[in-house]
Design a protein around this ligand. Sequence first.
Ligand code: NAD
Length: 282
Amino acid sequence: MQILDGKALAKKIELKVTNGVKVLKEKTGRVPGLAVVLVGHDPASQAYVGMKKKACDRAGFYSVTHEMPEDISQETIENTITMMNNNPSLDGILIQLPLPAQIDTTKLLELVAPNKDVDGFHPFNVGRLTTGLDGFVPCTPLGVMELLKEYSIDVKGKNAVVVGASNIVGKPMASLLLNADATVEICHIFTDDLKKHTLNADIVLVGVGVINLIKEDMVKEGAIIIDIGINRAESGKLVGDVDFDGVSKKCSYITPVPGGVGPMTIAMLLSNTLKAAKENTK
Ligand code: NAD
């Protein structure tokens, strides 16, 4: 069994992005700019935004966080996004999810200019991904594909089972795997007999948010396991959706939590924002 070390690869990618920023600055006199919209005081969202901000600083980006109160109006956020769309110093706009109940999230995601949509959540970029065209791809599944590439794991012809079907993890993950010629199944909360599906998988990719959802008896010998889940255990430790101790005895490759997919997500955000900056300064 081999660990897929996302932390190490994320460092390598960050270094590449940092060099890319220097080249861009020499050529154009500007650095990539990323704006984050953070609404309310959700501790997990605050922690993620803090990590993203630190990564931007390390890479030499210009970054700004717009913190807004929990009871903010739809109109105020929309005006802020419109302002960001028109700000030439900004290449990427990121709306930290989830948003409070009074906010129409879909409307906001559709308002972000597609060429600044570094999270890849705008239907324009979702459409480009599903048709196999270049665009912005959501950072977490993109990071998983980079991790597989780093370890020379070719998914072509493999049975891939994606567990979790959200717009930000499961669905784009499935599109990327399909674009790479895997045979893809998507399972979700209403899937009958999850084990029947995962046992047939050469590669299991799980992003659900349920501790120990995938156990040793649910995976076949030699399977590749990608754990996208991030959960806080009762002990306070961060854990994924896979029972690591049991499953790691059986599989060929596995991502740990922490240190697997998580760091890759932030690395791909940097990479997407540099890509946007290069395209916006052409
Ligand atoms: P979500 O709540 O939007 O979606 C969860 C999905 O899991 C849904 O499709 C649901 O049908 C499915 N599901 C729920 N319970 C299930 C069950 N018992 N069996 C099978 N499927 C089930 O969540 P999300 O935003 O997609 O996040 C999923 C997980 O991934 C969370 O743990 C989140 O913290 C993590 N995540 C990690 C990263 C990262 O960088 N590693 C990034 C984003 C999300």
